[in-house]
Design a protein around this ligand. Structure first.
Ligand SMILES: *Cc1c(COP(=O)(O)O)cnc(C)c1O
Length: 410
């Protein structure tokens, strides 16, 4: 495949995504529930269409993702819109499209939504994303449910907001929810958050508001990349099922990584071997612009040799740093990786690259973004062409159409 598309290339396995989907559905078989795939993990149209075909809804965090999921074929009513900073234009697009649920993250956002819904004269179902004050054992950058973080409405702000929503015309409070972070392995964190949601549902109903139809327990299920603890979907289901049993409400969930993370690899070619300062380097054609997780989160992904290439000058099997071409010392795919003999022209597969791989990629160092391929059984197809160099400056101009600067505010 790498011969056809060149490298770097992301390769996704449809059957692996289907298998994860079935595991999650099996764990929740006896509970009224709905899975909304978190689009930001991997937003390729073909991956979205695959999950839509399996029966998933979509969880989105931007107007761009809204456009993507509609393009991929999701019904607007199957879309949940989350996110801490939705702009007025994004809210207008969501209300116009008729998305199923908008998760509010602040009273100020509710004010804007109310104005938008009134102006468009469209009914809206909303949820309140709660900050349940739950700490989790994950990377600091992927914790979202602890007190003092930017996400969600603090516990003591939920009832006042619920009351304001219930009093508004044309807006219905359908859900309360949480998303406590990403790569969470301990089911106790979910159980703790679920207990707080349960208490909030009681308080909201106690205030005479009886419009709730669902509770949203978020995403964040941990996968195993190398030796991490993973969250078994059954343990996740056991942790949140009591929330359904106590409230009678449908459970919504928003997994991203769990569904697609281990269903993808990044193939990259070896450019050079180098020995310097007592370390062995494998210099490859994929960098942190293509796959940022090792640099950003210190994530350790499996790296294995697919094709050894020209091993004539290569050192024997040994630990090496697999590094990219970017002008940053933090540009690596793996440090101290045990690799079979490998030389220029060889190909490596970086595992666990199906989630937060391409979707977090950039063109830093003016590197066109990688191609994406979907494998389905014994066939494969390119689902995103490699970017061209002309794509790099699309929208730029050497000489702008200058305009007069008018005042202090521009
Ligand atoms: C990112 C995100 C998710 C998905 O997280 P995963 O760790 O990929 O499961 C779910 N819900 C919201 C609101 C998110 O921002």
């Amino acid at each position: 495949m790498a011969e056809v598309t060149g490298t770097p290339v992301y390769v996704y396995d449809a059957d692996a995504v289907r298998a994860q989907w079935r595991r999650l559905e099996a764990a929740f078989a006896s509970v009224p529930h709905r899975v909304h795939y978190s689009v930001k993990a991997n937003s390729n149209l073909a991956v979205l269409a695959l999950l839509e075909g399996l029966g998933a809804g979509a969880d989105i965090v931007s107007g761009g993702e809204l456009a993507r999921v509609l393009r991929a074929g999701f019904a607007p009513g199957d879309v949940v819109y989350s996110g801490v900073g939705k702009s007025r234009a994004e809210l207008e697009a969501a209300v116009s499209a008729g998305v199923g649920l908008i998760n509010l993250e602040s009273p100020a956002e509710f004010d804007v939504l109310r104005a938008v819904a009134g102006a468009l004269n469209r009914p809206v179902s909303v949820g309140i994303r709660v900050n349940p004050d739950v700490t989790t054992e994950t990377h600091p950058y992927t914790q979202t449910g602890a007190r003092g973080m930017k996400f969600g409405v603090p516990l003591d702000g939920v009832l006042p907001l619920a009351t304001a929503i219930a009093a508004a015309d044309g807006i219905e409070l359908a859900s309360v929810g949480m998303h406590i972070g990403s790569q969470i392995a301990d089911p106790a964190s979910y159980a703790e958050g679920a207990a707080k949601l349960e208490a909030l549902v009681g308080a909201i109903r106690g205030a005479g508001i009886d419009s709730l139809t669902s509770v949203d327990v978020g995403g964040g299920l941990a996968v195993r990349y190398t030796d991490e603890r993973m969250l078994d979907p059954q343990a996740f289901a056991d942790a949140v099922r009591p929330l359904h049993e106590a409230t009678g409400l449908t459970l919504l969930m928003e997994p991203g990584r769990y569904l697609v993370g281990n269903g993808g690899v990044l193939l990259t070619s070896v450019l050079y071997r180098k020995h310097s300062g007592g370390r062995d380097f494998v210099i490859v054609d994929a960098g942190m612009n293509d796959f940022v997780r090792p640099s950003l989160y210190g994530a350790r992904h499996g790296v294995r040799v697919i094709d050894p290439g020209d091993v004539s000058g290569a050192p024997a099997a040994a630990a090496a740093d697999v590094v990219g071409p970017i002008c940053e010392t933090g540009d690596f795919l793996g440090l101290g990786v045990e690799l079979a003999p490998l030389g220029p022209g060889g190909v490596l597969a970086v595992g666990g690259a199906g989630a937060y791989g391409f979707s977090m990629s950039s063109t830093y160092n003016s590197r066109p973004r990688a191609a994406e391929v979907l494998v389905d059984g014994n066939r494969f197809g390119v689902v995103r062409a490699r970017e061209s160099v002309e794509d790099l400056w699309r929208g730029e101009t050497r000489e702008p159409a200058w305009q007069a600067e008018t005042g202090a505010d521009g």
